[in-house]
Design a protein around this ligand. Structure first.
Ligand SMILES: Nc1nc2c(ncn2[C@@H]2O[C@H](COP(=O)(O)OP(=O)(O)OP(=O)(O)O)[C@@H](O)[C@H]2O)c(=O)[nH]1
Length: 471
């Protein structure tokens, strides 16, 4: 119990009003003639004030004692209706919120249960109303603000905690990527479950360790601001036992300035499947390219001799013709035909004829420069393109080839050695039609000229080279 002076001190603004015309022992007992507190009321009031203090209302300036809530309540209700600026706290033993709100319908009240107020005489004190004026109300507001601030200060760490802890944790765990946070010295301070799973195995030591991620560690120095790059990206291969994983690792410096970041955020994306698919696609593409190259080569070559075929010979010769004209040089063209080849087939069989074709190819090829182009353009007919070649050099080459074939018979088997000769028609690009014509047309003219000379060689006895038509 407080002493009177203590109570006075605490109730510095406390004045009891008699409300309405309520006549009761409690009211009279509570009021002195001058409207101040009656000492007989002291103890009971003190208990009430304790109860008020429990409602944070001890500093209210005005308390209205209501011996019977129904009677005095109506009067107080009327007072409040007229004085809407007053702050009211109601203490009552009536615990029926409906009758309270009916009573104070002009000003809604909030009810809160407190201990029963002590009895005076025969009856219970029904309640106490505390009413403050506007000045005190402001003081109360200040007090309320202070309390709210104190409460906030008390709660804030938990709010921050919520942000820094559980919310951040939830975000980290819900992202579909592995996340690792390193502090400025490279220690792992956060790692989500996905990152742990991705780095599973001996290489992953986890939170609190420095060399936590074996394979990623080598990359960290360049990510930790030492090179000045704020972000980095790399794919790393991680092997644990039988399992190999490819992780796309991205890093970004966190906060601080560039020279002294607060830490590093690392994200991990499992690209194993993508890498496997890319490797598979690359392998398939390579196979396809090789197959295409083989097909391309096949479409350009003669299967029996491996020489270029007519189609390719004509295409390349066309380009060579243009180049020769650009460089003001001339091309030589030789058209070769095996003499009486039909009789070889007829007498020794087609297979022997094929052997002759292959042997002749090898011998011709061995006598040419690497820049010369030898092609099989018909059954037993060959063409040779000679870059940077004039008439005399073309004739010289033709003769060298003719002699090389004629001088050495071709060995078919150890029992069959066949003498073979060839006839050659020669032309040079200088004679290849009109320069205004297309290169295809000029090449055709050149080949026709060489062909005519070939038949001339045949007609004049075979095993010879003809470079000019008879005048
Ligand atoms: N073994 C073989 N013979 C072929 C091939 N292609 C064409 N021939 C033959 O080559 C022969 C060409 O004969 P002809 O055009 O009459 O000419 P030739 O017998 O060489 O007589 P000339 O050219 O006048 O000296 C034919 O018997 C064709 O069947 C081939 O790939 N292999």
């Amino acid at each position: 119990m407080a002493t009177l002076s203590q109570l006075r001190e605490r109730l510095r603004f406390l004045v009891l009003y008699q409300v309405g015309d309520v006549e009761s022992e409690q009211t009279r007992a509570g009021l002195a003639a001058d409207g101040r507190l009656n000492l007989e009321w002291f103890e009971e009031l003190s208990a009430m004030v304790e109860a008020l203090a429990a409602l944070d209302a001890a500093s209210l300036p005005v308390a209205v004692l209501c011996p019977g809530v129904a009677e005095s309540g109506r009067a107080v209700s009327e007072l409040l209706r007229c004085r809407s600026d007053l702050q009211v706290v109601v203490l009552t033993t009536v615990d029926d919120p409906r009758s309270l709100s009916e009573l104070f319908r002009h000003r809604p009240v909030s009810a809160r249960q407190v201990e029963l107020l002590p009895a005076v005489g025969e009856e219970l004190v029904a309640g106490i109303l505390a009413v403050g004026d506007a000045t005190v109300q402001r003081a109360m507001h200040r007090q309320a603000i202070r309390r709210t601030s104190e409460r906030l200060a008390e709660v804030r760490p938990r709010v921050l905690d919520l942000t820094a802890g559980s919310v951040r944790h939830a975000i980290m765990e819900s992202l579909p990527a592995g996340l690792i946070v390193l502090n400025d010295t490279g220690y792992v301070v956060e790692m989500n479950a996905l990152a742990r799973e991705m780095l599973q195995g001996p290489g992953c030591a986890g939170v609190g360790s420095k060399n936590a991620i074996e394979h990623v560690d080598t990359l960290l120095p360049k990510w930790s601001g030492q090179t000045g790059t704020a972000t980095a990206e790399e794919t790393v291969k991680i092997s644990a036992g039988e399992q190999t994983r490819y992780l796309r690792v991205r890093s970004a410096l966190l906060g601080g300035d560039r020279d002294k970041p607060l830490g590093t955020l690392i994200t991990l994306e499992d690209v194993t499947e993508r890498t496997r698919l890319e490797a598979e696609i690359a392998a398939r593409t390579r196979e396809l390219e090789e197959a295409n190259a083989r097909l391309e080569a096949l479409s350009h070559t003669d299967p029996l001799t491996g020489l270029w075929n007519r189609r390719y010979f004509e295409r390349r010769s066309c380009r060579e013709l243009e180049r020769a004209e650009r460089n003001s040089s001339t091309l030589g063209l030789l058209m070769l035909d095996i003499d009486r080849f039909k009789s070889i087939n007829d007498n020794y069989g087609h297979v022997s004829g094929d052997t002759v074709l292959k042997a002749l190819t090898a011998r011709l090829d061995g006598k040419l420069r690497s820049t010369d182009m030898l092609a099989r353009v018909g059954g037993e007919e060959f063409a040779i393109l000679l870059p940077d070649c004039d008439e005399s050099y073309a004739l010289e080459v033709a003769e060298r080839l003719r002699v090389a074939i004629a001088d050495t018979p071709i060995v078919i088997t150890k029992d069959l050695v066949l003498p073979v000769t060839i006839s050659i028609g020669i032309a040079v690009s200088r004679l290849a039609g009109n320069r205004a014509d297309s290169c295809e047309k000029r090449l055709k003219a050149l080949m026709q000229l060489a062909d005519r000379r070939l038949y001339q060689a045949k007609a004049s006895g075979r095993n010879r080279s003809v470079a000019a038509e008879p005048s």
